[in-house]
Each structure stands twice: as structure tokens, then as C-alpha cells.
Design a protein around this ligand. Sequence first.
Ligand SMILES: [Zn+2]
Length: 341
Amino acid sequence: MVNPIPIHDDKFYFADGDLVLRSLPSSEGKVTLFRPHQTTMAYSSPVFSGMLGIPGEQEMYDGAPVVDLGDTAEELRALLDALHDPSAITVSRWDPNAPLILTPLMRVASKYMADAIRERIIALLEEGCPRTFEQWVRFSAEQRALEQLYATSPDPFNDGTGLSDRVPEPAALVRFACDFDVPTLLPFAFYTLASIPAARTWTRPAGSPRVASRRYARWELLDAGELARVLRGRETLSYIRENSKQWADYYFSAPTFLCIVPQHRRACSERVLEVEDQWLQHIARKPMHTGCPDPLRIFEDAYYDAQAWKLCDDCTGKMRKWIREEQQRDIWDSLQDTFDL
Ligand SMILES: [Zn+2]
């Protein structure tokens, strides 16, 4: 076998480095040599630290011991880049490609137990992914504003992007979270997947382009167990959606519903039947929720509609509080169970 031709990496072959790392050969048979400092490597990674501590016969190159690594030059360059400047690891907050972009670096950072890099990558993904109910409320308001832009214009930013290009893509998040054991991303990712029809595939068949205002998912990234979780979650969410009709019955029927402002009591009591009717219509008029239930969204719409229901301020306030605290928060808090996480 002909020895592969070694080339020195442009950026990370330091003149005063005291360790040579050798990459796997590329498809052209070239191996890349990196020459970092032992202290940097050992400080950031216990795997390197252990490797460097093993005494024995050591191949030398350019005056430094050589370590053969089972990683490509691109992977090693990304690792060294991240070790020398963690702030260089960056993706935009809601980039739907973020989990895919960060996966190669996450793989080598995990392999070498470079925890600072792992944490930085996880923090970047978590930033775009609500993990608490309060974060979800903010996320939802922002997403709602985007949806309204796409509802009124197919290309509101004049750059050919659709809604799906501007919000996190849930299947890639699930893949990343399961491969690298990041459970904090899963409740939001699975919930979002459950609300997207399976026919809305990220890569569209010829002649079936994306609709700018819709969401699409990379369904093909999920394994059978993960798809089963989506199905099981959908069943629970359907049940919650059906149940919410009964909750409306309970909430609006006297004597549970009672306006406490004397001068509004009569008007509110007269309005309440109509409000209940609107509430039920609200649930019924969204046929897409049948297969892909999104009860958080149903309540969110109701939260915003409540102003138009013309109850007094006190009753509207109480109703909104009930939606947030009694309904949506419960749904959010149950997501672990809903998706068997
Ligand atoms: Zn009232």
C-alpha cells in the first residue's frame, strides 16, 4: 500500500505545537496533519488527556508524537475550531437546519467528551426550542406573527422562503435529541410533529411544491419507535381536544360561570351561551385538527378571540387566565406522558 500523502492543515498546524493529530485519508488518499498544543487538547477532553498519558513507543513527526484518529479532516478541523473559539459555533435561533448543521461537531465532541463544546451546541438548540410553558407562550406569539405574515402574502420577506424555513424543524430536533441524549428538546419537538400531517414531507415530490404558509417535517429521519410515539401522542391529544368541549360546557354553565361585576352581570350572563357556541364552533371549524390535533393552538386561538366575545373585562380576564393556567399549562406539563418520554 502506498502511504497516503500528508498535508499540513492551514489553520491548525502550529509551529510551536507539541502533538500531531493525523486524520483519516480523504477520498483522494490525502491525510491531514494538525499540530495543536497538548495542554489545550488535554484540558478540553479527558479522552485526549488519557491518550497523552500512555507511555510507550511513539511514532514521531516533526519532533512531536503522532496520534492517529478515526475522524475526517473536516471533523477534526471543526473540533479544533470549536476548542480554540467556542463562540465561533453559531446558528441562527430558529434555523430549521440547525440540528443537521451541528451534528458533525456534536459527534466528535461527544466522542472526545469535550463537554464545553457539547454544552455550547445544546444551548444553541435549546434557545430556539421552548422547554417551559412560559417559553412556549412567547414562542407561540412570535410564530403566530410569522404565520399572519405568510397568510397575507406568499413571500413576505421577498426571499422565496416559506414559514417552514423560518421555524425549527421538529424531526431533525428529535433525531439530534435521541442520538445525543438531549431530552430537553423532545417535548416541544414531538408535540410539533404531532400537529404536522405526515403527507407534508420536507422534500416534496415533483409537481407538488411547498405551500409557503404551511409547516413540513423531515419524517424520514424518524425510526419506527419515534413514529409510534407520534401516533400515541396524537391519540392522547385528540382525546384532550374532545374533552375540551366538555370543559367549555362546565366552564360556561351557571352557576360555575358567574360575572362578579354587578353592572355587567346581566349582559355577561346573556352573552355566555353565544360564547359557548362560538367556542364549540372554534373547535369544530378546524378539520385539520382531526388527524393532527393541536389543542395548545385551539386554546391559543381562543385566548386571542376572547376579546371579541364581548364579556366584561373581568370575565375576559378570568377566561384568559383559565385558558392559560388550567388548560394550556396542563397540556404542556403532560407532554412527557403524552409522548412516553
Ligand atoms: Zn362579566
